[in-house]
Design a protein around this ligand. Structure first.
Ligand code: GLY
Ligand code: MN
Length: 462
């Protein structure tokens, strides 16, 4: 946890961003895997972490803007619990750690909210994403399940985004450290890569590193020689020379902050000419993104540049044709990169995505582009100092997508389908770094992770 002043300042800033009412925060509870007491790894709600710092289940909190009160609702563990769990801080002790003065039993929350509702006061809450909290909200506020998301407070969502999107110095320190852990995960996989190893062994190795450095992985490991499947969690193939391995993974700190890196490299440790040609295009897009990212530039413009780099590179190789700038603006490179250039990163690996991508990555200055690929961008808005975004271009040869587009004769003026078909079976390449926007430009978070061809060739299998 940070010092209590951090949480107090954050809550005050949020309070000042709304006109009045009650700001309600529901913590996450333990989630059973297969029977109630055998649970998944506990993960607190990121907003609860951000405003209260407490990573414990069965908690809720309110900021009563009208009455100037902050209350933590929860119940102390019983002796029965302590026998199994060991000594635990009391709710009062937790409240002190985050600078909250009042505590009440969890059971009092409903009454507090109902009284406020009866008085016609506004209860702000964020869109719930866990079913138990949906049930609780429904029970406490009487809002039908299907209306819970729509009735979430836009005022509160915007207030939260405005705070969480700009990372402070103490958050950046956490981010740098957990990025270092992500780099270690990737290096361990690169060094252990060789023909005959099962993908699962590498995924397990990396997961072990993430646990040794923090809370574990920041999302389920993506590691596959079938890199054309964007999020491939299937790790059952043996590594084969001649194929490439795509690895997308990161670590989560004990404080909740996340890293997210992708590297793609040949199993043999040596790029073939064909692999290298495609790889260099993705690398160029990744590096130009890093050159362009700075305060004042819309990330959509950077995404469009990545599409242009891809169109230019693939045109030079004969897979695309026509004017690359026009092809990019029309969305033709989406055949090869059907995802966005990046997303915000912080306490969540897709930071604040529970609030709705359009509130996080778009604003009144930029609407989502309706074209497939151009509209897949999660963060399109103008970059500001303190933003952390991923820089993750890719080129993939997805057989089903290629066949569909070819059948529809889609973008025939830009795509040379005969040549593209020669690449079916190639797989996919993605390169991803975590980038902090500074006052004047940007910098990479964490230690350097090899991405140049010669750097990768020097580390694979070594
Ligand atoms: N690294 C996973 C993702 O960005 O979706
Ligand atoms: Mn990512």
């Amino acid at each position: 946890m940070f010092g209590k002043e951090t949480y107090q300042q954050r809550r005050t800033a949020l309070k000042n961003s709304v006109k009045g009412g009650i700001l309600l925060f529901l913590g996450n509870n333990e989630a059973p895997m297969n029977y109630p007491s055998n649970t998944y790894r506990y993960r607190q709600d990121s907003h609860f972490i951000y405003f209260f710092g407490i990573q414990l289940d069965r908690l809720a909190a309110i900021i009563d803007v009208d009455e100037g009160r902050e209350i933590l609702f929860g119940d102390d563990y019983t002796l029965d619990d302590i026998i199994w769990m060991g000594p635990q801080p009391t709710i009062r002790e937790w409240a002190e750690k985050c600078g909250v003065k009042e505590t009440q039993s969890f059971g009092n929350l409903q009454q507090y909210l109902q009284k406020a509702q009866q008085a016609g006061r506004k209860i702000h809450y964020l869109p719930p994403y866990r079913d138990d909290n949906k049930i609780l909200l429904h029970q406490m506020l009487g809002i039908p399940f299907e209306r819970l998301k729509a009735e979430a407070s836009v005022e509160m969502i915007k207030g939260v985004v405005a705070l969480r999107e700009c990372k402070t110095a103490e958050e950046i320190k956490e981010m740098d450290a957990i990025c270092d852990a992500g780099v270690e995960m990737h290096l361990s996989v690169m060094r252990a890569t060789r023909q005959g190893v099962l993908e699962r062994e590498l995924a397990g190795l990396a997961e072990g590193v993430s646990l040794s450095k923090g809370a574990g992985v920041s999302f389920p490991v993506i590691l596959s020689q079938n890199g054309e499947t964007l999020h491939n969690h299937h790790h059952e193939q043996y590594l084969e020379n001649g194929r490439m391995l795509l690895v997308d993974m990161g670590a989560e700190a004990m404080s909740g902050y996340s890293s997210d890196y992708t590297r793609t490299f040949p199993v043999s440790g040596k790029f073939s000419q064909k692999q290298r040609e495609i790889y260099e295009i993705v690398l160029q897009a990744n590096m130009e993104t890093f050159q362009m990212a700075k305060p004042g530039i819309p990330y959509f413009q950077v995404h469009l540049n990545a599409y242009t780099v891809i169109a230019k590179g693939l045109t030079a190789l004969g897979l695309m044709k026509g004017n690359p700038e026009e092809a990019a603006k029309a969305g033709a490179p989406a055949l090869f990169m059907p995802h966005g250039l990046g997303h915000m990163l912080g306490l969540d690996v897709h930071d604040m995505e529970d609030l709705g991508e359009n509130y996080v990555g778009y604003d009144e200055t930029i609407q989502r582009n309706p074209i497939f690929g151009l509209g897949s961008l999660r963060c399109a808005k103008t970059l500001k100092p303190g933003f952390i975004v991923t820089d993750e271009p890719g080129i993939y040869f997805i057989p089903q997508l290629i066949h569909n587009w070819e059948k529809e004769k889609k973008f025939e003026q830009y795509i040379n389908y005969a040549k593209v078909n020669e690449y079916i079976g190639f797989g996919g390449i993605r390169i991803e770094d975590d980038v902090l926007i500074t006052e004047t430009g940007c910098r990479l978070l964490g230690k350097p992770l090899p991405k140049q061809v010669d750097e990768l060739e020097a580390v694979i299998g070594k």
